[in-house]
Design a protein around this ligand. Structure first.
Ligand code: CA
Length: 217
């Protein structure tokens, strides 16, 4: 498992990186926020530990930029008592936080919990249909299904919770654009193509007047 540690304080990162490596993690480290964004893009780490007080730019800004390009699990490290940063961090898409000073044992436990959770989330769908977000792959009855990016997104949203009717509005805003104002034809066309590619039109059910849902079994 590859960790990206973003921390500028040598008194923290030197022992931390060494201890994480002893715990079996592969670790990349940077002191700079700007570099952190590039490292996420280039190395695709499994988990990122992000200190919010960095010398070049705000940790929260790093968080925002990383979230535009990656859904890597992020654990933010905040100073004791800094509740605002913690709340804003979680709202901006951090997955968890640790309060300084934290122990390596605590951090390692959180890293393992978060990556376990992520693995289960990434494999969505039903017994027959597996939607793997990290690899952007779809399998139906063990066979690979080739989808375009939009078709994949559409299916992934439906597969998050099989059986739940997802409104057209939610599908528009999550698959297309938050302020999408098209005719809605595009959605129906994509669903039709998706049904054809899956080779089983009963998998995606039309919920009249509402939207669509993935058949739950
Ligand atoms: Ca710092």
């Amino acid at each position: 498992m590859l960790l990206l540690v973003v921390e500028d304080d040598a008194a923290i990162y030197e022992p931390l990186v060494a201890a994480l490596r002893r715990n079996g993690f592969e670790v990349h480290h940077t002191r700079l926020g700007a570099q952190a964004v590039g490292m996420v893009r280039d190395h695709n780490p499994d988990v990122m530990l992000l200190d919010l007080g960095l010398p070049d730019f705000e940790g929260l800004e790093v968080l925002k930029q990383v979230r535009r390009i990656s859904d890597v699990p992020i654990i933010i490290a905040t100073a004791r008592g800094d509740e605002t940063d913690r709340i804003v961090g979680l709202e901006l898409g951090a997955d968890d936080y640790v309060v300084k000073p934290y122990s390596v044992r605590e951090l390692a436990a959180r890293i393992r919990a978060i990556s376990r959770r992520r693995r289960t989330e990434q494999q969505m769908g039903t017994e027959r249909l597996v939607v793997d977000r990290s690899r952007r792959r779809v399998q139906l009855d063990g066979h690979e299904v080739e989808l375009t990016a939009k078709e994949f997104e559409l299916l992934a949203v439906l597969a998050e919770e099989p059986g739940r009717a997802v409104t057209r509005q939610e599908l528009f805003s999550r698959v297309w654009d938050p302020v999408w104002v098209g005719s809605g034809k595009s959605l129906d066309v994509h669903v039709a193509t998706l049904r054809r590619k899956l080779g089983d039109s009963s998998l995606i059910e039309t919920v009249r007047g509402v939207g669509y849902r993935l058949a739950s079994s």
